[in-house]
Write a protein of this length. Structure first.
Length: 343
């Protein structure tokens, strides 16, 4: 029986063309800025995001941490959504390394920050209190079922940041999914933020890496902080070549992942006891199951050859390169049979 792995788009494997590009990459020493393939990737990322410069990082977590280190002073405060990746999955680096506090506001079902609550959370100038320095948003929003923030949503946060002379960072790990779903270039979405990170190693199928994009002076400072964190690399063109291939060949096909997520959603909606939470907008499908303890459900489904995660009481299925329409149909069929049998 074939195992269908729906745990995450981080389980993508590089396509053959990407592996070939990695093997043939022109290399140099990136620590002194002389790896031509890294330089090309960073130039591509800056152009695609509409920013002046970009920096290759090992992960989106590192990119977001670098953004806070460069935008904030120790003791500053960052406003983020309570369900954001930066709060839940980034190991408290804001507090432990950057020395800044994360102050949370409510995310709605579409991943948007509540504007009134965000405005009320911004600190007034008072030497007794930490200063608010940065607002961070996530697009697409993982914990909100891959919800997409459109230009109107991003503009509202930008206006609020400008009103209070704050900076804005976009955790755009899956921002290409958002752009494909909206039918706009990534630069249109990134334009509302001072800086943006995006991942190569999720739907774009590269084995590792993210890009942090922003003004030249900001990226210069981020490069220094990257070195402090041990993120400096030598012949990193081997990895950058995968990123270049991803940006040139793997973006448009994200629409296939979105279509497959809809296939899963339609199939799940027809199974008694399954409730979508909420319907998917991109490649993430969240649902709840009546009558099952979530981890027991996950463990039982794994015995039927379908792998997934329990995300805080909800089950998450993710589509990506390597999961095709037949896999989606088969996963739904196996789940239906398991539910019918009760085991």
């Amino acid at each position: 029986m074939k195992t269908i792995d729906l745990r995450s788009d981080t389980f993508t494997l590089p396509p053959p063309g990407m592996r070939q590009a990695m093997a043939e990459a022109e290399l140099g020493d990136d620590m002194v800025g002389e790896d031509p393939t890294v330089n090309r990737l960073q130039e591509m990322a800056a152009e695609l995001s509409g920013k002046e410069a970009a920096l290759l990082t090992t992960s989106g977590t590192m990119g977001n941490l670098l953004a806070m280190l460069c935008h904030c002073r120790r003791g500053d405060e960052v406003i983020v959504g309570v369900d954001s990746h930066m709060v839940i999955f980034e190991v408290g680096g804001a507090w432990s390394i950057a020395g800044v506090g994360l102050r949370t506001v409510r995310n709605d079902v579409r991943g948007r920050l509540d504007i009134a609550e965000t405005r009320a959370t911004i600190r007034k100038a008072d030497f007794h209190q930490p200063g608010t320095a940065l607002i961070c948003v996530e697009n697409t929003h993982n914990r909100c079922a891959g919800a997409v923030l459109g230009e109107e949503d991003l503009s509202a946060i930008r206006d609020l940041a400008d009103e209070h002379s704050l900076r804005m960072h976009l955790d755009g790990a899956r921002t290409f999914n958002a752009a494909v779903a909206l039918g706009v270039p990534v630069s249109r979405l990134a334009a509302y933020a001072d800086t943006i990170t995006f991942c190569l190693s999720k739907g774009l199928a590269a084995p590792v890496g993210s890009l942090l994009c922003g003004p030249k002076d900001f990226i210069k400072a981020a490069r220094r902080w990257r070195q402090t964190l041990g993120g400096g690399m030598r012949q990193a063109g081997v990895l950058a070549a995968a990123g270049i291939y991803a940006l040139e060949n793997m973006v448009d096909r994200l629409a296939e992942d979105h279509d497959n997520a809809q296939v899963l959603a339609r199939g799940l909606a027809d199974i008694p006891g399954i409730k979508l939470a909420p319907p998917p907008m991109t490649n993430l499908v969240y649902f709840t199951v009546e009558g099952w303890e979530p981890q027991v459900f996950v463990d039982t489904l794994a015995k039927h050859g379908v792998l997934c995660f329990d995300e805080g009481g909800r089950i998450r299925w993710v589509t990506y390169y390597g999961i095709d329409r037949a896999d989606c149909d088969e996963a739904v069929d196996r789940l239906r049979a398991m539910m019918a049998a009760g085991a």
